[in-house]
Design a protein around this ligand. Sequence first.
Ligand code: ACO
Length: 429
Amino acid sequence: MSDVAKISFGDKEIECPVVVGSEGEQGIVISKLRAETNLITVDNGFANTASSSSAITFLNGEKGILRYRGIAIEELTQQSSFIEVAYLLVYGELPTKTQLDKWESDIKQHTLIKEKMVKFFDAFPQDAHPMGVLSSASSALSTFYQELLDPKDEEAVDLAIIKMIAKLPTIAACAYKTSIDQPRVYPRNDLSYCANFFNMMFSVPSETLEIPDVVVEALNLLLILHADHEQNCSTSTVRLIGSTQANLFASISGGISALWGPLHGGANQAVMDMLTSIQADGGDVSKFVLKAKDKSSGVRLMGFGHRVYKNFDPRATILKGVCDKLLAQLGITNPLLNIARELEAAALSDEYFVKRKLYPNVDFYSGIIYSALNIPVNMFTVMFALGRLPGWISHWKELNETPTTRIGRPRQIYTGHNSRPYVPIDQRG
Ligand code: ACO
């Protein structure tokens, strides 16, 4: 195996080292390319570009493998808790019992948000999308914890991490309660992370809420499945912001905004909208598949396709199984699930989708599960953000701990006007 790649152009040839990752993937290091040849590389959507080395998450899109810190997602969803997975991602190892107890208790100590901050929620329009509120509130945390903003201060970073993980569910639930004009519910530290979130979302001061174990378990699993996915768009956004040495709260706020888009985390909401519109249109999935194949329609089969997974998305496989079980346990029949199944079957046997290796992704089934858990559709992407938070944090931390980190600053191929004079306004045609 060669450890050098040669790039030749005109009469120039340069040798570029080839780095090999711990799972054998190889990358050509082109950092001297511009200095030695005056050339740059062009890579639409960064599909062939490693922005960094990372020891957090491994995924193999061809084989459908996803591992956090070396541990398979299938094992983690069966045996771990979201809070434990968060520790694993952020600190690199599974915690001991003492470490886990401390981590959980530290997080519980910080679930409240400042009363001044609670007032923010009233200032947003009643129908504000909760992702906009979540991103704003996350950035606003930086104004309340100004002593925790230095990414090089290890102690401050550890506390900022705890505050971020502790407060995001409180913020999310506050945004929801405000949007439905119900009293905001304070966190309860006698409950687990997931149960506390449900309590803040669905309890009212006049009643005690019973939260079935099966519901808590489903949320725990969903959050684990979303916890990290290496250099996806929102994580790359967090890393890019973090590369300027911006604080954790501001960097996470950027990640939340990136996640919102329908081609990324917003797809779970888009899938439900799609299934609902197919149902309203008489439930004919073949009609929709035809539309999704027609490029001029501007319609895509939401929840299908992935930049990296070209075989199957292991998260979707797990969720498909959970979906059936959960709905049966909760005694829910959701006609949208049948439409989803029919749509999946139609697409998987269709030449267009097969040829392009388009398979259901994590968002295809997550919306149906969120609905079964009574989560409103406009909160779906917020749920994704709660899950992805430890991933964003661990990448931000890794980046700040890597001595060779440079500010992210891509190049461009300029295609605009060449130099031309300024024309005074009275002389413009
Ligand atoms: N429906 C119909 N056609 C599709 C779809 C789809 N969902 N996804 C890709 N294609 C087609 C493209 O039109 C393109 O066709 P062409 O080769 O004839 O031009 C081909 O498949 C390749 O698609 P790209 O857009 O180049 O793939 P890319 O890797 O850039 O995009 C993405 C991946 C954004 C996920 C895309 O598949 C998509 O838009 N899916 C729907 C949205 C979605 O579910 N997003 C969630 C992703 S998972 C996550 O973020 C957690």
